[in-house]
Write a protein that binds this ligand. Sequence first.
Ligand code: ATP
Length: 453
Amino acid sequence: MPAKSVNDIVALCKRRGFIFTGSEIYGGLGGAYDYGPYGVELMKNIRNAWWNAMIYSRNDIEGLDAALISNRLLWKYSGHEASFSDPLVECKKCGTRMRQDKMKDPTKCDNCGSTEITEPRAYQLMMGLSIGAMADGAINAYLRPETATTTYVNFKNVLDAKPHKLPFGIAQIGKAFRNEISPRGFVFRMREFEQAEMQYFVNPADDEKYFEQWKATRLAWWIDVLGIPAEKLRFLPHEKLAHYAKAAVDIEYAFPDGFDEVEGVHNRQDFDLGSHTKSQDEFKIHAKVLENKDSTTKLSYSDAQTGENFIPYVIETAMGVNRAMLAVMIEAYTEEELGDGKSRVVLKLKPWLAPVKAAVIPLARNVPELLEISNNIENDLRKLGIGRIELENSGNIGKNYRRHDEIGTPVCITVDHQTIEDGTVTLRYRDTMEQVRVPIADVTTKVLDIVKQ
Ligand code: ATP
């Protein structure tokens, strides 16, 4: 049974060190969260899974890690400076500020129910910066609100360094910043978050084919790689398209409060490369773009066979890594009755996603013989390079099992007095709680088998 409420996850995240409120000791800061010891591991495993699917499993996509701060002109020509805004309304009675398009009923205040709501005004979502000694506090740069634009302006750099024929892509994982009006849903809507985005450059004649292909590829990744059940995911096509888009669809996950977006797949036409290219007049640009007199580089593609030089179309896949982790935790969260009024919380993560791959637990605390054997097993497991291995020397086996159930450790290895006599240990499996005795020599193979699942 997955979590019934996001509050279950919030409590677990704090208790077990996955996610903390940002700046917590000073009262926090809306929309900012800090990832703790197990949160960083889970995020890293999700990131790696995405990178593996995008880069290591294919030969048509390159990686990139662009700066978070960038020249203001980037965001002028991308259209963000003029129009990356949300409709902000305010309740005249209680003062609550809300994003009009996300209100339960746009005629009534979400907080107090009053119908006295102000007219919407555009609210800039980009966070402005004042960079350099001469800046005097005036905004002269922005923190990026997405990774995508920083990818487009590197189109030529990547293509020159690593020639490709169309179609090919550039993928990026990194932070994005948005001054969201109302951060909500724990890490669902934050002001600082992480995106995993891939821009696939295609011949305009092939755009619809690749749009459909990427929809299917990304949905399959959520199901096969992250292990989210197919019936908990759905496509939601955008009814109202953004000015640059020819088609757009959200992949939605069934959160406890209902379906909501976790990833977008967009056909952005030639809007992005067309907006940032030099010599726009030389190309037939289909999307409506701002006249660009500042760009120093043509962002076009030369087809060696036809001799044609044109602006490719872009199919984008845009995933929120924090939302992916939240969905994975909700799905894995399980409360089990154990009889006699006892129960446990267990995070049934796919083993390779687990923050800790195995825990080695001497049955009693500070017994030199037990500790030495445990240290040896720990070191052997570390040499496998499968991720984090923990040794628990507290002597409280019940507490250790509970902790590792809650952080999703797939297997615990218990070393006891019998181990000293016959060289066997107990493997205790997270999901079934089954315990089996195996020779120490078999431990690494067994753990490897479990972690590969
Ligand atoms: P929304 O409609 O929820 O505001 P969006 O359509 O603006 O999202 P995109 O710009 O397509 O989102 O970003 C791609 C992905 O980044 C989203 O699918 C989501 O998973 C994630 N994302 C966007 N905004 C946030 C945020 N404020 N906090 C956490 N994740 C976010």
